[in-house]
Every structure is written in structure tokens, then in C-alpha cells.
Design a binder for this molecule. Sequence first.
Ligand code: SF4
Length: 382
Amino acid sequence: MTLTVFVRTRNLVIANDQAFYQFDRTGRFLMKSQSGSAVRRGLDGRLIGSTIIRPFGYREYRQFSPYDKAIFYEEIDQVLRMASMQSIDEPQSNWIARAQAVTSSVDQTDHEAFYQTYQHVSILPPDQYRSLVVQIAEGCSYNRCAFCDFYQDRAFHVKNDRELFEHLTALRQFFGERLQDRFDVFLGDGNALVVETSRLLTMMQAIRDAFPELPEDLVFSTFMDTFHEKDKSLAELQTIVSAGLHNVYVGLETGLDALRLALKKPGKAEDARSAIALLKQSGFRLGVIVLVGVGGQRYAKEHREATIALLRMIDFDDRDMIYLSPFVNPQNQAYDAWISREGLDLWDSRTTYEELAVWKKTLHEAQVKAKVTLYSIEEHLY
Ligand code: SF4
């Protein structure tokens, strides 16, 4: 079988008539994609496979076991060996040799180094997987939403100067030359915009100072909840935007008050709307996340209608995003207790994706200006 080898500025691509294999500048495997399926490698060495379920169009995900990985890396070794035997130039040969040297052997060391550098990066918006994540804070300052299990393993903590310095030093060591392939910075964890303004600005400057090779017009992004924005004045938020924190991803989840209450999401829908409006007025590019399928059949119509009515009231522009996040049953006993008390159903993936199609259509008809896209938490891999 003939293979085509491309060397790009940042990666090596090997293609056969069925699949593309990508490797980064250090030789680490990044991803394989082929019609209807993909395999991606995280910075911690995990491999996640995904397959499109036809004819419905949703994806199913699975994490590779050590055995699956061993089999998969045999395939990768074979592809690299065959590519190396083809007629290739010197740069191509060097890239392939690098990939052959490291592909599966760095998994264990990457795993250990990753968890010495980071607390588990539990979730990121789908357009932030290529950012440099800096955990200026750990966890979520609220951490009680009944549908959320992202930060149950840690107490909320804002890093002090020494901790931030050590984290930035560890990041430099962990990424090494791969820092060149990170363009923006994502400030973790769950709602880092709660960090007091002057502290936040100092931390952003410390990140710029630690990584002078990152672009001068470096863009920062972060998550935020819908019940702490008012802790900051409009002028403070505008200062934060001017300092480079341009993108804020906000968990609205639902515009239905009854559902917000049941999910332990603080504040009514109107409070959430006005918090989002304040962020918009401050100049942030918004990413508003809503949960599709939460509460099952009983809440489906009311949740969709109330949430879309709320979204229509936000003065989005075409830089903003609405993320439709298919609900996945969390490892959170509060959610299980609620659905069992109320006798609610849990949708399967197919039903959730059918509902997602209805949301997309309704948002399109409502002419909401923001772009609408999928936010699958199962897909997340940093
Ligand atoms: S959904 Fe957001 S605000 Fe709620 S507990 Fe999770 S991270 Fe915190």
C-alpha cells in the first residue's frame, strides 16, 4: 500500500487510502482519522476512540485500555515503518525517525509528568483543546450543581504567587518545544473569572512574563458561572477584557427556573440573563453552554422553550457561540437522587441527539445571531 508523507510546519502526516495519521513535532502520535471514526491522544497519554453511529450521526466514544493501546501502537509502528521505506526526503525521514523513537514509549512518562504539572483538566470548551491551560485556580468556587462532577475531587483554591510560579515552571518543562504549538491561554479551572480583579490581572501578566514566546496579542479565555459576575463592576470587567481575557464560556444550562432549582444552579433565569448581558456589555466574546436532555422527557419541551426564549433576549453578535451540550449522566449522587425522587427518565444518546436536532432547528428559526455548535463532554481530551 502506498503511503503519502507530508511534513508540515508543526506536524507530520502520513496518509494511506483509508486514514490520516498525525504526529507532533516531538514525534508523539496525535490522531488518526478515517471515514466515520477517529482516535486521539491526550497530553497525558490517554487514547480516546470515536465512531459515528449511522444513520443518526452521533458519535460514541471509548477510552482505550492498555491492551487496546498496545494493539493500536502496533498499527502505528507498522505505518511508520512502511513510510520510512518509501522514497522520502531527508526532513521527512527525520520526522519519521523521531516518531518511531517515541510513539508508544513516552506514554508512561507523559502520564506521570502530566499529573505532576496539572490537576486533572476535567473539561474544556471544544475550541480550546489547543490552548495552553494554566490552572490559576483549582476546582469551582461553588461546586454544588447537581449535574456536574468535574471538580468533586478538589477544593476550590486560587494559587498564590509561589504556587503559580511553580505551576508555570512545570508547564514549561512539560511542554518543552511543544509550547510553540499552543497559541492561546485557557485559565482554569471551573470559574476562574471569580478571582479578584487585581489578582487576576497580576496572574495574566505573570503568564505573559513566563512565556515570552507566546504571541504578543495573546488571547486568554476562561469559564464563568452565571451568579458571580456581579461581584465585579462593569469597569473592572472591561479592564480584564482590555488585558487580553477576551473569551468567556458561561454555563447557562437552562432558562427554566424549575429546572435550575432542581439542578441546584443558583439564581433564576432572569439573573443568569442579566449576568450574561453584563459580560457582553463588557466586551467579552461569549460562549453560552446549555444542557440538552437534562431532566429527560418530562422537562424537554419546557426546558427548550424557556432556554431558547432567554437566548433570544441576549444581544449576541456573530463572534458569539451557543454550545449545545448533550447531557451525560454525571457521577453525582444529587442528580440520581433527583431523578429517582421525581421518576424521571434518562435518555440514551440517540434520543438526546434527536432532541439536539430540534434545538438546532428552533434556534435557526429564532434567528439567534450567535453560531450554534455541539459541545460534547465525552469528546473532551486535553
Ligand atoms: S456546573 Fe459550573 S458552577 Fe456548577 S459546579 Fe460545575 S463548574 Fe461549578
